[in-house]
Write a protein that binds this ligand. Structure first.
Ligand code: SAM
Length: 234
């Protein structure tokens, strides 16, 4: 599996050293162990974990500037935040999730993989984004498989400094991108780059959309817990 991981990373131009490979192997082993006790992922086969979780997370690595402060909103079992942290010692990562059992799992990975400059936060994005310690403090906010783009933009963009980037990871995004146009405008965001990629091993399409923050987020966003999901901005 080590060679498979190394070669798969190479295909997206990421060179993994021995230490990183060992960390990914520890992560995979613990993910499978903990998954028997708590629900972390439906993906349990080794190669699938490598491609659908590790490599998929790393597809956004190239968009993260040196030394960036990154928040992963609704990180679950750590995707994409933890694989990014493993390959990038220079960045600071906050992993946010509302389920405490998942936070306990993440803390164990951080400890066993001896990762530095990464911390977990237990809470809802709607609340944490109003905490001055986290509001408009990040260069990058990202999320995978948490909500549609309208909802996600309300949950993710308040964490960004002006000039920061929201990296949205999606499968097929066209319809959601159209529907989220107004939400992103209200939140002071401008669409920047779009990359469409294929994860070759699984023949899956992915879209990475980058939105740049041009203005501060109005104070009232995000609205109270549940509202961004129930009534997405339009
Ligand atoms: N990002 C991970 C991935 O791609 O594998 C996890 C995806 S999982 C489907 C969604 C996660 O988002 C869950 O762990 C859930 O607890 C978390 N979540 C959903 N809404 C949230 C919110 N408003 N604030 C914080 N976490 C949230």
């Amino acid at each position: 599996m080590e060679t498979y991981l190394k070669e798969s990373a190479k295909k997206i131009n990421i060179d993994l050293n021995d230490k990183m490979i060992e960390q990914f192997m520890t992560y995979k082993k613990l993910l499978k162990e903990w998954n028997e006790k708590i629900n972390l992922t439906a993906i349990v086969e080794d190669k699938e974990i490598i491609i659908k979780h590790f490599i998929d997370s790393l597809t956004i690595e190239k968009y993260i500037p040196k030394g960036a402060k990154v928040i992963d909103v609704g990180t679950g079992a750590g995707f994409p935040g933890l694989p990014l942290k493993i390959v990038r010692e220079d960045i600071e990562v906050v992993l946010l999730d509302s389920l405490n059992k998942r936070i306990n799992f993440l803390n164990e990975i951080i400890e066993k993989c001896k990762l530095k400059n990464v911390k977990t936060v237990h809470g809802r994005a709607e609340d944490i984004a109003h905490n001055p310690e986290y509001r408009e403090k990040f260069d990058i906010s990202t999320a995978r498989a948490v909500a549609n783009i309208s909802t996600l933009s309300e949950l993710c963009t308040p964490f960004l400094k002006v000039g920061g980037t929201f990296i949205c990871m999606k499968a097929d995004a066209e319809k959601e991108m159209q529907e989220a146009k107004r939400a992103l405008e209200i939140l002071g965001m401008k669409q920047d780059e779009i990359e469409r990629i294929k994860l070759s091993e699984i023949d899956a399409d992915r879209t990475i959309i980058l939105y740049k923050k041009e203005k501060n987020t109005p104070n009232k966003y995000p609205r109270k817990v549940g509202t961004p999901t129930k009534e997405p901005l339009k």
